[in-house]
Ligand binder design. Structure first.
Ligand SMILES: NC(=O)c1ccc[n+]([C@@H]2O[C@H](COP(=O)([O-])OP(=O)(O)OC[C@H]3O[C@@H](n4cnc5c(N)ncnc54)[C@H](OP(=O)(O)O)[C@@H]3O)[C@@H](O)[C@H]2O)c1
Length: 241
């Protein structure tokens, strides 16, 4: 199932910008990348939790940003690249969820879902691309619902499907720079995301996947230059393709 990219990315020594580093998956990804020998810069919107993680990781540089504020994203990308002397990998792990029937969705909630899950990551990656070395990697967190839109999650599914479609074109357009674009499509993961929903209560969900398994798959996908991390429903495990 593993389809290697022409130019796999070496994590040891890589300069990695992790956006959404205060989140469940973002924090574990930052720790996993640092443990693999990467030099990380950490961005998020909560300065205190960001500082705590930075201290845990030996004084990593931090940038406070709001993912929906284009200007703060741009200056954070520049600051991260300056702090690390350039970027080899960009990881965007910000995201929000909301639940409820499509017919009843609140317009303001739908706007925030698309701002944080779709427009924000697109803008952050655009901001980082001029700083990203050729042969590097972009990692985006969409979700299984990008391929399998789910009842009571129409807008979340649509926001992730849009991000995923964008990522698939970006991947082809960045081929000339040998930049890999890894679209991570996990099923429900135990990070508490669903308990922080912008609206509604979650429908019955399968047991939450182990967040560390997602992180391990992402690191393997970066190293292999893969296109996607997806669930193999038969095996019940994440695979690269
Ligand atoms: N958990 C799952 O079941 C699951 C499944 C598939 C895909 N995913 C995707 O994986 C990604 C990470 O999710 P997670 O499970 O780690 O959730 P999480 O723990 O809630 O992390 C989400 C992060 O996004 C940040 N964020 C939200 N709005 C923001 C904004 N406007 N500006 C800056 N940061 C913002 C949050 O910041 P604060 O810390 O300040 O709130 C938090 O750090 C998301 O894109 C999610 O959709 C998750």
């Amino acid at each position: 199932m593993l389809t290697p990219h022409d130019d796999p990315v070496e994590i040891q020594g890589a300069r990695v910008w992790v956006v959404g580093a205060t989140g469940g998956l973002g924090g574990l990804l930052a720790r996993g990348l640092a443990a693999g020998g990467a030099r990380v810069a950490l961005a998020g919107r909560d300065p205190e939790r960001l500082a705590a993680l930075a201290a845990e990781l030996g004084g990593a540089p931090t940038q406070v940003l709001d993912a929906v504020d284009v200007e703060s994203g741009r200056s954070a990308a520049t600051a991260a690249a300056q702090a690390l002397g350039g970027l080899d990998v960009v990881v965007v792990a910000t995201g929000v969820v909301a639940f409820g029937p499509a017919a009843d969705a609140d317009d303001a909630v739908v706007e925030e879902l698309f701002a944080v899950n779709t427009l924000g990551p697109m803008s952050l990656v655009r901001a980082a691309l001029p700083q990203l070395a050729d042969g590097g990697a972009v990692v985006l967190l969409s979700a299984i619902v990008a391929d399998a839109p789910t009842l009571q999650m129409a807008e979340y599914s649509a926001s992730k499907a849009a991000l995923s479609a964008w990522a698939s074109v970006l991947r082809r357009e960045l081929r000339s720079r040998r930049v890999a674009v890894l679209d991570v499509k996990p099923p429900h993961v135990d990070t508490g995301l669903v308990d922080r929903a912008l609206a509604g209560t979650p429908p019955r969900l399968p047991a939450g996947f182990d967040p560390q398994a997602v992180v391990d798959a992402v690191l393997a996908g970066v190293r292999a230059g893969s296109r996607e991390v997806v669930l193999d429903p038969g095996a019940g495990e994440l695979v690269l393709r």
